[in-house]
Design a protein. Structure first.
Length: 366
């Protein structure tokens, strides 16, 4: 009952809790280097200070390298917007003229006209594409801006948690009944394993996608049209950040690039689509298997369902965290089924290996 009450209170205050969820992710990212320094004889407080200094320095260097070009491109886009809109309108008129002169059977032309009309009406008819399912994810981004003050206290809160983590974990362990300890820690380590691989993997993949997109845009600016180079930093940062949202994120990140390319003509649009498709294929076939491993493997239908539900419940943060939460829930259910099936000790032992818990302890505390 107490857990239900606490859960309801957290849900009612979910807008205020989001910064602390992000803070827990930072705790997970900062704790490994802190523990590495502590094992080498450095006091924990000093180790936290060193990690903070290194992290802040890296962040400042990143801003120094990207902030000025990013702001310049944003200002350039604002200045160029009237011309870009006019160029896009011109290209659409040319495309319309080309379509009108095509020799297409009347039935097919009517169907295409219906599709275009339905798309222009937001997918209300004529077979148009309904993008309303993206609204929970997109609107969540604006709500994050209102939490800026909550995020300002995160460094202090995270520092306290990292500093006292050993004590807090010890107190939690001692509070558990002896017969619950093994299963409790097995479940915690299962969730930690899934979240850990996802957090590290997504950060690396975001950087990889951003860098590859930036390089590709520079190449296209030389080979196809200079429009790609004018906004290369902005588009690559968008691609890297939206990489956090699986499946839907890469699609959304390609939209501004395609719209900008449309101002230059059909060849630029095709080039943009090919670039973003190529980057995603390289990522999915070469980097994801090596970085993510097999910790989070869900059917694409389950991934889309989880993202939409997460976005509807908690906005952008919910959409981003939906995948690791679903994978963790799946693995916890698997563990509990095997734990409650004493006739399959081999299956239980196999489920414990990835999280580093020896199978010989599986039944001793029960």
């Amino acid at each position: 009952m107490a857990a239900i009450i606490v859960g309801l209170l957290l849900w009612m205050a979910r807008d205020s809790v989001r910064p602390f969820i992000v803070g827990l992710l930072f705790v997970y990212l900062l704790d490994p280097p802190v523990r590495w320094l502590v094992r080498r004889g450095i006091r924990r407080t000093l180790a936290i200070l060193i990690v903070y200094v290194v992290g802040i320095t890296a962040f400042v260097v990143f801003l120094a390298l990207t902030l000025a070009p990013l702001l310049n491109e944003i200002l350039r886009f604002v200045t160029d917007f009237p011309k870009l809109a006019a160029d896009l309108d011109t290209q659409l008129k040319r495309l319309g003229d080309f379509y009108q002169h095509l020799q297409i059977p009347a039935a097919i032309r009517e169907w295409i006209d219906g599709v275009i009309a339905g798309f222009g009406q937001g997918g209300s008819g004529g077979g148009g594409l309904d993008l309303s399912f993206l609204l929970p994810v997109l609107t969540g981004a604006s709500s994050l801006l209102g939490l800026v003050f909550g995020y300002l206290i995160l460094p202090v809160w995270v520092a306290y948690l990292v500093k006292d983590k050993v004590t807090l974990v010890g107190q939690f362990d001692q509070s558990l009944p002896r017969t619950w300890r093994f299963d409790t820690w097995a479940i915690i380590k299962t969730v930690e394993h899934d979240f850990g691989q996802w957090v590290r993997g997504q950060l690396i993949l975001g950087v990889v996608v951003g860098v590859f997109t930036f390089i590709g845009l520079l190449i296209l600016s030389q080979l196809v049209d200079p429009i790609f180079g004018r906004y290369a930093v902005l588009l690559s940062i968008i691609a890297g950040v939206l990489e956090l949202v699986p499946i839907i994120g890469p699609i959304i990140s390609a939209v501004p690039a395609v719209l900008l390319a449309a101002t230059a003509g059909p060849a630029a649009v095709i080039a943009a689509l090919l670039l973003y498709t190529l980057v995603q294929q390289i990522e999915n076939n070469f980097f994801v298997p090596k970085i993510q491993g097999d910790a989070i493997q869900l059917h694409p239908a389950a991934v889309i369902f989880a993202i939409i539900v997460g976005g509807a419940l908690a906005g952008l943060i919910g959409a981003i965290l939906a995948l690791p939460m679903t994978a963790a829930f799946r693995d916890v259910v698997r563990y509990l089924f095997r734990r409650l099936s004493p006739d399959e000790p081999g299956a239980l032992a196999a489920s414990l290996e990835p999280i580093g818990m020896g199978p010989s302890h599986a039944w001793t505390d029960a």
